[in-house]
Design a protein around this ligand. Structure first.
Ligand code: BG6
Ligand code: MG
Length: 216
């Protein structure tokens, strides 16, 4: 099967917003007297806002009203950081990689758990680079369920076996594998289940991805 589409996670793959998510959760945690470290933050990669809160709380009980207020507060803090995002926040190699993929005739999409994805893409000035955007509003079941990537591939009209998902989160790699996609892990976290792993998109060319996955 030829590969005809690339689907990119956003936070941690296209841009460095992972740090902003961390700072926003950290601010909320500090205000509420909850211990929250950078190591704890690694467990929040790729999962929804609600699941992130659950993981931050580590079993500490809070009522539903408090949970909703805290998620709103975290998102307000996160959106303060987003105001400073410009195209300079694209991660290394992203612009070139997207341009090369487009030139190779591939369809391009975003598959992000974030409800802020469109705003981030707009601030990065790359929203119009994508044929489809799946975000935190697209499906009910979030990563590691395959639903978001399946929904996004559906918008492209491409079956999973002809698409590659680029992900920095274990939950995202598991979601893509569950959906029957090819996977490229990006970064340092625990991504050994991915078909290929690279430190960032600067370390990879489009032809390398196509050649290595077509060999399999
Ligand atoms: C993912 C991030 O892309 O989006 C998570 O990796 C984040 O850290 C999730 O919790 C949801 O984002 P948002 O912007 O809807 O709170
Ligand atoms: Mg991510």
């Amino acid at each position: 099967m030829p590969i005809r589409a690339f689907i990119f996670d956003l936070d941690g793959v296209i841009t460095d917003t992972t740090e902003f998510h961390y700072l926003a959760w950290k601010r909320l945690a500090d205000e509420e007297g909850i211990t929250f470290t950078r190591e704890d933050n690694e467990q929040l990669r790729g999962v929804s806002r609600r699941e992130s809160l659950n993981r931050m709380l580590k079993g500490r009980p809070v009522d539903e009203t408090t949970a909703q207020t805290w998620m709103t507060r975290k998102n307000d803090y996160y959106r303060e950081y987003l105001q400073h995002i410009t195209p300079s926040n694209l991660l290394p190699g992203v612009s070139r990689f997207l341009a090369d993929a487009r030139a190779a005739g591939l369809k391009l999409a975003i598959g992000s758990a974030s409800k802020n994805a469109r705003e981030v893409l707009d601030k990065l000035a790359i929203l119009d680079h994508f044929d489809a955007v799946g975000d935190g509003y697209s499906v009910m079941n979030t990563k590691p369920a395959p639903d978001l990537f399946l929904w996004t591939a559906g918008r492209l009209g491409i079956p999973p076996i002809e698409a590659v998902v680029f992900e920095d989160a274990e939950a995202g790699i598991d979601a893509a594998l569950a959906g029957g996609f090819w996977t490229v892990g990006i970064g340092q976290t625990n991504l050994m289940r991915a078909h290929m792993v690279v430190p960032d998109l600067a370390a990879l060319t489009v032809s390398e991805v196509l050649e290595r996955l077509n060999e399999r």
